[in-house]
Write a protein that binds this ligand. Structure first.
Ligand SMILES: Nc1ncnc2c1ncn2[C@@H]1O[C@H](COP(=O)(O)OP(=O)(O)OP(=O)(O)O)[C@@H](O)[C@H]1O
Length: 205
């Protein structure tokens, strides 16, 4: 993968009168795994959504370079981030396979790896059930499959271990390991010490 550099400087985020982040800064490069920890409501998900281009900062700058290309525009960052989050909504009336196919279409990504990826996250045999009928842990695995399928330059894991059993947690661990090996960047927002332990660096909010 091309070299990746993400830099957040002087970030402030306000929701109305509530200021969540103040002068937040972060520099991270491809191959790195960085965890963002902090109490409930401290702003972990907010940082992830800012990086993903899903929210705009009230102040400050987010710069992303991939190779020699400036990819700082929020629309570009949205394309370049794989996002696993409780706030990511899948289509309950579609099957796992159909959800993945849909998101591949939206991204212009190849649907080629869908079957293998669903197998890899442990959804073999359930891929053609509507995900509205899934348990929460199975639904979480669909989100992991989606992130794995895109092989994104930046992998954003917000509470990625949510509802997962031991095997599911192992999937998260291999997802992070693969991302690292590919030279991609990983940001983990979590309060789970096991997930934070996957990172080389922890930023406490
Ligand atoms: N859309 C929104 N409108 C208003 N306030 C918001 C919005 N999104 C988040 N907040 C507030 O911003 C603060 C930080 O929220 P955020 O979800 O980033 O925290 P977090 O650290 O991820 O929390 P948790 O550990 O509970 O997931 C909270 O006080 C939350 O209520």
């Amino acid at each position: 993968m091309e070299t990746i550099r993400l830099e957040l400087t002087g970030i402030e985020k306000r929701y109305g009168m509530r200021r969540v982040l103040r002068d937040f800064a972060l520099v991270a490069e491809g191959g790195e795994v960085v965890a963002i920890t902090g109490a409930n409501g401290s702003g972990k998900s907010t940082v992830v959504k800012l990086v993903a281009g899903l929210l705009r900062a009230s102040k400050g700058k987010i710069a992303l370079t991939v190779g020699t290309v400036d990819e700082s525009e929020p629309e570009r960052r949205r394309q370049l981030c794989g996002y696993v989050s409780p706030d990511l909504t899948l289509y309950p009336e579609l099957t796992a396979r159909e959800n993945l196919r849909f998101f591949c279409d939206v991204r212009g990504a190849s649907p080629e790896g869908i079957a293998a990826t669903l197998e890899w996250v442990g959804l073999g045999g359930r891929e053609d059930d509507p995900i509205g009928q899934y348990s929460s842990g199975l639904r979480q695995r669909v989100k992991l499959a989606l992130a794995a399928l895109f092989e994104p330059p930046i992998l954003l894991l917000d509470e990625a271990g949510l509802a997962l059993d031991e095997k599911g947690v192992a999937v998260v661990e291999s997802l992070v390991a693969q991302q690292k090996t590919r030279g991609g960047l990983t940001l983990i927002a979590t309060n789970d010490s096991r997930e934070a332990a996957l990172a080389q660096r922890v930023i406490a909010l």
